[in-house]
Design a protein around this ligand. Structure first.
Ligand code: ARG
Length: 464
């Protein structure tokens, strides 16, 4: 029988199409190093429970080490007849140490507790690597913010000119959600760090094995409290998919801005040659493909999350084979971010901003109108009245193609007697920005406070 792990009660092997459907080695081979590490821990626990002699333990550990080396070098690979990574590796162990010793390893464990454990181990390493990549993007944003402490730009709402802000404030606004994502990864790891090993197929093990010892050896915080839950829950995988998708969504919003900023119509930034691409027909083109792939692949990561949730939603407890569908979407989300994060860090770090262009556009579209209204409020005018008057300033200025600072004394007084010539003191981009100096505002001092706090949070997360 080709079903190496479950031949006994079957008179014949699986149909060809059954085997093809069942097979998962083309993706779960990713778990092979974790499977072997866990098997070593399991064999020690078997030995301590009196189910494996000292000599057999030594032979088993040696065989597993040799198998690990052969997996690593590519010497040992899955065969056509292997259903999944677990079966393939058992075959490999038996080939190395014989059926008498190799056949003892599987006592007291099932592929159900095994795969749930290995997936958690894999994810703990994977999200740490993702976190390092996110940190590089954060650092690139912060470096650009530090390099442009005084550069002003048009802040937008509804993608329309709203109020002037510091470029550094806008860039740190993209770093903030990424740091929260890193905090989410750190928090997720607390839930990943619970070991299902010892849960068996669903009901636990009768062989006196010690789940806590295995958990400790594999770097988990503790063993799971419920064997049914431990073998059948995948909320940890869905949560990881969410965090990975959220990282992509946060970077996609940045990507969308970079795409707009790099058009000639905006002219905010120039992309570095090494992080852009050309056109096969239009010689003048320089395209923001990194940002577009970021935006495009984000759809894929969202799909991975929603697909996984749909796979989970109607499954009765405990393990069902549907659960084999849990790995590919998560592996894919990690693989896409592995490609995207270094490219986004490179793209952001090499943007050349154009401060003169940004400064020229900062007051365009009457972005200082709010400053007129707030100046009048400081003179004791109710905001309702001030808002109307400032709006009229915009109307009068717009009618004759002038800026707000170009309204003359008579025009101002005609709009509202409270509008004395002193109002012009707030009609500068620098004055507007400097006035928004409370916590969280865009004034230079407030941004400096933000920058320090963000740096502390960054260092805390980097040290995790
Ligand atoms: N390959 C399966 C998975 O990834 C684990 C095997 C469990 N299969 C089973 N028939 N109990 O979920």
């Amino acid at each position: 029988n080709t079903g190496a792990l479950w031949g006994g009660r079957f008179a014949g092997g699986p149909a060809e199409a059954m085997a093809a459907l069942s097979k998962s080695t083309h993706f779960d081979w990713e778990l092979a190093p974790y499977d072997i590490r866990a098997s070593k821990a399991h064999s020690r626990v078997l030995h301590r429970a009196g189910l494996l002699s000292g000599a057999d333990l030594d032979a088993m550990l040696d065989g597993l080490d040799r198998l690990a080396a052969d997996v690593d070098s590519g010497e040992f690979v899955p065969e056509e007849s292997d259903e999944d990574v677990h079966g393939a590796l058992e075959r490999g162990l038996i080939e190395r140490v014989g059926p008498e010793v190799g056949g003892r390893l599987r006592a007291g464990r099932s592929r159900n507790d095994q795969v749930a454990t290995l997936f958690r181990m894999w994810l703990r390493d994977a999200v740490r690597a993702v976190a390092a990549g996110v940190l590089d993007v954060v650092d690139a944003l912060v470096a650009q913010a530090d390099a442009h402490p005084d550069t002003v730009m048009p802040g937008k709402t509804h993608f329309q000119a709203a109020q002037p802000v510091l470029l550094s404030h806008q860039l740190l606004a993209h770093a903030q959600p990424l740091l929260r994502d890193l905090d989410r990864i750190r928090d997720l790891d607390r839930r990943l760090a619970v070991s299902p090993y010892g849960s068996g197929a669903l009901a636990g093990s009768s062989l006196g094995l010690d789940p806590d010892a295995i958990a400790a050896e594999l770097g988990f915080d503790r063993a799971a409290d419920n064997s049914i839950d431990a073998t059948s829950s995948r909320d940890f995988a869905a949560e990881a998919s969410y965090v990975l998708a959220q990282i992509a969504v946060d970077l996609s919003r940045l990507a969308e801005e970079i795409i707009a900023w790099s058009t000639p119509e905006f002219g905010y930034v120039t992309l570095a040659d090494e992080w852009s691409t050309g056109s096969s027909i239009m010689p003048q083109k320089k395209n923001p493909d990194v940002a577009e792939l970021m935006r495009g692949k984000t759809g894929r990561l969202i799909g991975n999350l929603t697909g996984l949730l749909a796979t989970l939603k109607a499954q009765p407890l405990a393990y069902n084979r549907d659960l084999q569908e849990d790995k590919e979407p998560v592996f894919d989300s990690v693989a896409q971010l592995d490609l995207l994060l270094p490219a986004m860090a490179g793209l952001v770090g090499t943007l050349t901003f154009h401060p003169e262009r940004l400064a020229e556009l900062a007051p365009a579209g009457y972005t200082l109108a709010t400053d007129i209204a707030e100046w009048m409020v400081r003179q004791g005018v109710p905001f309702r009245v001030a808002h109307e008057a400032a709006g009229e300033c915009v109307r009068v200025a717009e009618a004759r193609g002038a800026g707000l600072d170009e309204l003359d004394d008579d025009e101002l007084a005609a709009i509202d007697p409270a509008l004395t010539p002193e109002v012009r003191e707030v009609l500068t981009v620098a004055g507007s920005i400097a006035s928004r100096n409370a916590r969280g505002g865009t004034a230079g001092d407030a941004v400096a406070v933000q920058r320090n706090r963000l740096g502390e949070f960054r260092d805390e997360l980097a040290g995790w």
